[in-house]
Structure formats: C-alpha cells, structure tokens
Design a protein around this ligand. Structure first.
Ligand SMILES: NC(=O)C1=CN([C@@H]2O[C@H](COP(=O)(O)OP(=O)(O)OC[C@H]3O[C@@H](n4cnc5c(N)ncnc54)[C@H](OP(=O)(O)O)[C@@H]3O)[C@@H](O)[C@H]2O)C=CC1
Ligand SMILES: O=C(O)C1=N[C@H](C(=O)O)C[C@H](O)C1
Length: 250
C-alpha cells in the first residue's frame, strides 16, 4: 500500500518539530516536506503532498490554508485564532474545492478532548462553571483555543438544558478580575514558566464542587491525534471542527 504523503508547516516550532518526528516514525506515512516561515508553499504541490499539518501562528494559518485548499491538499490544523469570520472564509474556500478536507482541532490530545466532553456533560448539573487554562509563557495567544472551545461547548450544553446564568459579582474593582467572558463562561489564563498546556474546568453547586483537570506534560501528547487526523481527513471532505468527530465520541 502506498504511504500517505504528509507535509508539516511550522516544522521548526515547538509542536511542529515534534510532528515532523511523529510523521517520520509513522510506517504508513512519508514526510514529503517540513516547511518553516521562509519556505515557499509551492514545494507542497511540487512534492505531491496529500495532507498538510498546519502548526504555525494565527497570523500565518489563513494564507497557508488558502494555498492548500486551492491545490486540493487536505489539512490538519492545530494553529489557534479561529473566529466565526475566519471559519466562514475557510468554508467558502472549501465550497470551491468540494473534495478537500480540513480538520481544525483546538486540541489534539485525547485527555483534552475528553475534558471537553466531560465538561459538556457536567455543565447543566451545576450552578456555576468556570474554565482556568494554564500554559507556558511563550504561548502567543490567550485565552487558549482549547479553553475558548471548552467554554463554547459548556455554554451550548447549558443553553440546551435551559440552565440559568451563574451568579456573579456585581462589582469588580479591577478590569479582568473575573477573567474573559466567553459565551457567558468566565475563562482565566495563567502563563507560567515550567508549565506546558493544562486546563481545569471548575463546576460548583450547593455544598459540592467538581473539577475536571487535564495536563499535557509533553508535546508527544498531541501526536496520536495529529496522525489520526491526517489518516482520516483524506476521506472526510469539508470542514471538521474538533478531533472528537474522528474519535466517534459524539
Ligand atoms: N491543537 C493543538 O493540540 C495544539 C496547538 N498548538 C498551536 O500550534 C501553534 C504553534 O504553537 P508552537 O509550536 O508552540 O509555536 P512556535 O512559535 O514554537 O512555532 C510556530 C512555528 O511556525 C513558524 N511559522 C510562522 N509562520 C509560518 C509560515 N507562514 N509557514 C511556515 N512556518 C511558519 C514559526 O517560525 P518563526 O519562529 O520563524 O516565526 C515557528 O517555527 C499555536 O497556535 C499553538 O496554540 C500547540 C500545541 C497543541
Ligand atoms: O500553544 C500551545 O502550547 C497550545 N495551544 C493550543 C490551545 O491554544 O488550546 C492547544 C494546547 O493547549 C497547547
């Protein structure tokens, strides 16, 4: 059987360099390109890449995906910075290339995907829910893509269940004291040397609390999800948002 021809964009970065090693080690894949900021995207087409693993920056991701989709190259995207406007633009490009698939995964680690699932299940049963994400201080953005998605999923679950808004402070002496409001869910971001990628979902009800915590201790935690994404995206045209759709968790 022929090997899946995979390229990594952002190949010198923290997660990109780990992805290069993971693709090289996968028996069913061939690493056909490992591109950094200054490399030409045309290399992807010249080397016949079937899947591009996009792990760059919010500033670069749209240009890279525009190229990939126009050339019928499937993409597995871990880069953050997704807004409704960006998603609409990407869907527009995919409409013009109906056989191409793009997976955007706010988090590739199984534990983080399960944290989101558990949070969704638990959220309607508690009066209060807040998200705390904790990352290394070199992370460019805050809050994390994972925390934003987690808060959106919690909000959706609470809306479906008809949950009341959580009680909150009526006076905040300093802006930001209650974190960022993501769809009505407070999200707090910690940046601390020594950490990698961590998240807690705190749920509180009368006389009890539940904490769902996930820790990525090494970038290797993201690799099985990236490889699974690359294998599945080639037969999944259109936009898939969230690795859970490839894990049959829904
Ligand atoms: N979904 C998930 O599970 C995960 C997602 N991420 C996300 O992945 C992204 C990268 O994170 P991280 O590796 O820590 O960041 P890094 O800054 O370590 O890596 C990003 C790399 O991308 C390069 N780059 C920038 N623009 C381009 C371009 N146009 N083409 C090719 N390469 C480019 C950068 O080069 P230069 O240094 O020259 O600018 C850098 O080497 C972030 O958005 C992060 O949030 C991270 C971990 C897990
Ligand atoms: O920048 C990181 O490191 C990470 N980014 C992703 C995010 O913003 O959610 C995934 C993970 O948290 C690591």
């Amino acid at each position: 059987m022929s090997k899946l021809r995979v390229a990594v964009l952002g190949a010198k970065g923290r997660i990109g360099s780990e992805a290069v090693r993971a693709v090289e080690a996968a028996e069913d894949m061939e690493l056909v390109a490992a591109l950094g900021r200054d490399d030409k995207l045309e290399i992807l087409a010249e080397r016949g890449a079937q899947v591009a693993v996009e792990l760059t920056t919010p500033a670069s991701v749209m240009g890279n995906l525009d190229f990939c989709v126009r050339h019928g190259i499937h993409a597995v995207v871990g880069t953050t910075g997704w807004t409704d406007d960006r998603l609409a633009q990407l869907k527009g490009w995919l409409d013009q290339s109906p056989e191409t698939g793009v997976l955007i995964a706010p988090n590739f680690s199984i534990g983080a995907v399960l944290t989101m699932k558990f949070a969704q299940i638990a959220a309607p049963y508690f009066e209060s829910v807040e998200v705390v994400e904790l990352h290394h201080p070199n992370k460019v953005d805050a809050p994390s893509g994972t925390a934003t998605r987690t808060a959106q999923l919690i909000a959706e679950a609470r809306r479906r269940a008809g949950s009341a808004p959580a009680p909150d402070a009526t006076v905040t002496a300093l802006d930001g004291a209650r974190g960022a409001d993501v769809d009505g869910v407070p999200v707090h971001a910690v940046r601390l040397r020594g950490l990698l990628a961590h998240q807690e979902v705190l749920l509180g009800g009368e006389g009890e609390t539940l904490t769902v915590r996930h820790d990525s201790l090494h970038h290797s935690s993201f690799m099985p999800g990236i490889l699974l994404g690359a294998r599945r995206v080639v037969t999944t045209p259109g936009l898939t948002f969230g690795l859970e759709h490839f894990l049959d968790l829904n």
